[in-house]
Design a protein around this ligand. Structure first.
Ligand code: ADP
Ligand code: ZN
Length: 727
């Protein structure tokens, strides 16, 4: 692929560093680079991989330039992807080099995959025939090349039989291309018969894909309404047009079940992409995406930075999910960036959710997005009956956290041989440990956070920095033995309570810190789906997407958790999470029940969930956002200043505030000490910038940073455009 001007004597190269612009390198005579070429260049004492960028080069004395060392034998990064990198850098105020770095995460993949040695039948005949040799020759009939072990395996003989035949010239060595990581998906493999509203939605998506132009569709359907089934039709349409497809999923624990489902529909799995993939596999996927061999990728947010060359559709499943926000180095929301990518690439984007974000709902109602609605569950499946349990009227027994009402329903569910799910979004045993004698509380030495007790591991753990220590017998403050108490519940503690009540029930605890990692988690999820557990106790990990056929009761242990944490999205988040959790029940037609333990049964969020009137909730929430000029009606950005000392952090933050430019449509709040005022030994202050929708937020912050105090000592500044977290 040749684009733009092919020959230059010097070329701009974007290197994976906090570089504000590409660096200029000499192109040695005879070397051919184009914008997008992946090259190896010297950088200080090191060699790094970079991308040849667009734009002219500065006028410099060519003799002073260091040369590009090597052009990798790799398809160039295409123009759309390069524009995408520039766009994200501009929008998030990150150095373009740091965005490019996300694209260059599979260094071994820049060289072609090696071809494999294979064997192919010649016209020669073996000196004598044996049964084993006969089987080999029959298997290898048809002239295809085989690997030595593959042929031995398929013919059911030992490899020495093959070696013998090769020695006689019956087989010759040929080189065969690397195997694809996944087979090609077949859009016509198993077409579903869709229900009327499903086929209406599918038609809409198919039309958009066929138009081959940018457009966003919000696929809004209750849990179990067949959203996946429907967006698969958009995937099929894109494949029919010869385009690649990216499906973003918020949680890698979900991927396995998804891959199987995809295979049932398309006859082959999509390639997966997430941090848990073995490095070798990552590189093969990266390479085959770049070469176009992989047609569909299902992956985490970082899959947005794979080097697609014919991308024609992105689906963002569970588009409201906070896991799409990356808050590390480059702060970006993969849902929003998927829309940008579609805009740059000129192709459609589908956002799917049972509980869309307020942002997407507003975009749909203002006509920027199309909206396709699925209002009923598929077939006989009915949504669960939802009720609150007023914890003031039906309190748990002393020392417990489960109301007798919930326990009663759990008993009935057990008697029917159906499953219950208890949801609590708190890992570990207890969020706080204190000494009953002196009142000492166990806090993290380097964070402003309490240590969470993990009783299975016998540890106290900081959930912010990972610091952990053994839970002592005696209080470190007053020395008293055996007087430490656990305050509040985590999932482990709820499990203890459940076992005390239902000692014969098969109980499983699921949370992201499960020993054995993702593999173990997947096995546990499969076991639950097969009915091998009676009671499941889990964090938000169990809330998403899973299909548990026998689950008919969902109990939310603390529905109020997360409602009052100063986050402007607290109500929305709680509504989404609780709808998602209770949506796990009754997916196969059995009568089901969702119970919310709450001290505020009259809170609008509780009322909206129980009444099933999601529309009323969105209307109210949208009106409130509009009144307060909060996103999507206004803009927000966070600036987090951290330093080794409190004084440094505060001083720098105040300096930034003083440097803020005059603007009529933007104003600065703070600096204030962050709610998490200390993380990993660094003191933190926050500035919040709020303003009108059309205001130039990036220009404002850029000027503030430029005019403000210079970065000195241990001070670090992070900009978070469209923040999701205010901690
Ligand atoms: P959602 O993604 O909206 O939660 P799913 O796509 O997972 O819903 O569908 C819920 C269940 O109903 C799945 O088991 C799915 O296979 C099934 N289903 C939905 N629509 C159909 C259909 N038209 N034909 C067959 N099965 C369907
Ligand atoms: Zn800590």
């Amino acid at each position: 692929m040749i684009e733009d001007s092919p020959f230059v004597a010097a070329a701009p190269v974007l290197v994976p560093m906090p570089a504000e612009r590409p660096y200029t390198y000499a192109v040695p005579a005879g070397m051919r680079v184009v914008p997008g070429s992946i090259v190896r260049v010297p950088l200080g004492p090191r060699q790094v991989a970079g991308i040849v960028w667009d734009g002219g080069v500065e006028k410099v004395d060519a003799k002073k330039l260091r040369p590009i060392e090597q052009v990798f034998d790799c398809p160039p990064i295409d123009r759309a992807m390069r524009r995408f990198v520039d766009w994200i850098a501009q929008y998030t105020l990150s150095p373009p080099g740091m965005v490019a770095r996300m694209l260059l995460r599979a260094p071994e993949a820049f060289d072609p995959e090696p071809w494999i040695e294979g064997l192919q039948r010649t016209f020669a005949k073996p000196d004598r025939m044996t049964g084993a040799r006969m089987r080999v020759l029959e298997t290898a009939e048809g002239g295809l090349a085989w690997t030595r072990s593959g042929l031995a395996h398929a013919a059911g003989v030992s490899s020495t039989v093959i070696d013998g035949l090769k020695a006689q010239g019956v087989f010759e060595t040929v080189m065969i291309p690397p195997r694809p990581v996944v087979a090609a998906p077949d859009p016509g493999y198993a077409q579903p018969s869709l229900m009327p509203d499903q086929s209406h939605a599918a038609e809409m998506l198919r039309t958009n894909v066929a138009a081959g132009a940018f457009g966003v569709t919000l696929l809004d359907g209750v849990t179990g309404s067949g959203k996946t089934e429907v967006y698969f039709e958009a995937v099929a349409a894109a494949l029919d047009r010869g385009r690649q497809v990216l499906i973003l999923l918020p949680e890698i624990a979900l991927t396995h079940a998804f891959l199987e489902r995809f295979q049932e529909r398309f006859g082959a799995k999509p390639a997966e992409w997430h941090s848990d993939l073995p490095p070798r596999m990552r590189e093969r996927v990266w390479r085959q995406v770049a070469e176009g061999g992989v047609r569909v990728v299902a992956g985490a947010r970082s899959a947005l930075f794979l080097p697609f060359r014919e991308l024609g559709l992105i689906v963002v499943d569970e588009e409201h999910d906070p896991a799409y926000k990356q808050e590390d180095r480059v702060f970006y929301n993969a849902r929003d960036m998927a829309v940008v990518r579609g805009h740059i690439g000129g192709f459609p984007v589908v956002l799917a959710s049972a509980t869309p974000s307020v942002e997407s709902r507003v975009n749909a109602s203002q006509g920027r997005y199309h909206r396709a609605v699925l209002s009923a569950r598929f077939a006989e499946a009915a949504l669960p009956d939802l009720k609150t349990i007023d914890m003031r009227r039906a309190p748990p027994a002393r020392g417990g956290f489960l109301s007798p009402v919930l326990l009663g329903h759990m008993r009935q569910t057990l008697e029917k041989h159906e499953q219950s799910l208890l949801f609590l979004n708190r890992r570990g045993y207890a969020p706080l440990t204190l000494c009953r004698v002196c009142g000492h509380r166990f806090g993290c030495p380097v964070c402003s956070a309490w240590l969470v007790e993990h009783r299975f591991r016998g540890q106290l753990v900081c959930h912010h920095c990972g610091h952990n220590e053994r839970r002592p017998e005696a209080c470190p403050e007053c020395g008293t033995l055996d007087h430490l108490v656990a305050c509040g519940p985590g999932v482990e503690r709820i499990a203890e309570e459940v076992v005390a009540h239902f000692s014969d029930a098969r109980t499983i605890v699921l949370s992201s810190d499960l020993m054995g990692g993702v593999r173990r988690l997947r096995l546990e999820l499969e076991a639950i789906a097969k009915g091998e557990a009676d009671i499941v106790i889990g964090t938000q990990l169990v809330a998403k997407g899973h299909n548990f056929p026998d689950m008919t009761l969902v109990g939310v242990v603390d529905a109020d958790l997360g409602l009052s944490n100063g986050d402007p999205r607290a109500a929305e988040r709680t509504f989404q999470l609780l709808s998602q959790v209770t949506g796990r029940a009754g997916r196969t037609g059995k009568k089901s029940l969702g119970l919310l333990q709450t001290f505020q049964p009259d809170h609008p969020v509780m009322r909206a969930i129980v009444s099933g009137d999601a529309e009323a909730f969105y209307e109210r929430e949208i009106a409130e956002r509009e009144r307060a000029a909060l996103p999507p009606f206004g803009r927000l950005a966070g600036v987090i200043v951290s330093a080794a000392t409190r004084a440094e952090a505060e001083g720098h933050a105040r300096g930034l505030r003083r440097a803020a430019p005059q603007a009529s449509d933007l104003f600065v709040l703070g600096p204030a000490e962050a709610p998490l005022s200390l993380i990993g030994g660094r003191h933190r202050f926050r500035l919040l910038i709020q303003g009108e929708r059309r205001a130039d937020m990036q220009g404002f912050i850029r000027s503030m940073l430029a005019e403000g105090p210079k970065l000195r000592g241990s001070v670090r500044v992070q900009v978070d455009i469209d923040p999701q977290s205010f901690l």
